[in-house]
Design a protein. Structure first.
Length: 94
């Protein structure tokens, strides 16, 4: 199962193609950026869905969401993901 409840933590286990990563906009009091993580059947890694219309899926269909009110926050997340990737590559080269 790719989305796990571990104590008070939600853990996403990537690398099996069974978590859909869906970027889009979320309509709340104002429209904000969102990335939803949805448990799905296994697909080839890299298959993704981009929602052109604002996401209106119920919370139970998108159990894990990252929301962004400022684009700078997305930049920080991108940096952290790139650093995690860099460290994984460096470790595999040892």
């Amino acid at each position: 199962m790719p989305i796990l409840d571990i104590g008070n933590t939600k853990q996403l286990e990537f690398g099996y193609g069974d978590i859909e990563v869906a970027p889009g906009l979320l309509e709340l009091e104002e429209t904000i950026g969102v990335v939803c993580f949805i448990q799905t059947e296994r697909k080839p890694i890299g298959v993704h869905t981009d929602y052109d219309e604002p996401i209106k899926l119920p919370m139970e269909e998108t159990p894990v969401r990252m929301t962004f009110e400022k684009t700078e926050s997305i930049d920080v997340l991108i940096w952290a993901l790139q650093e995690a990737k860099r460290k994984m590559i460096a470790k595999s080269l040892r």
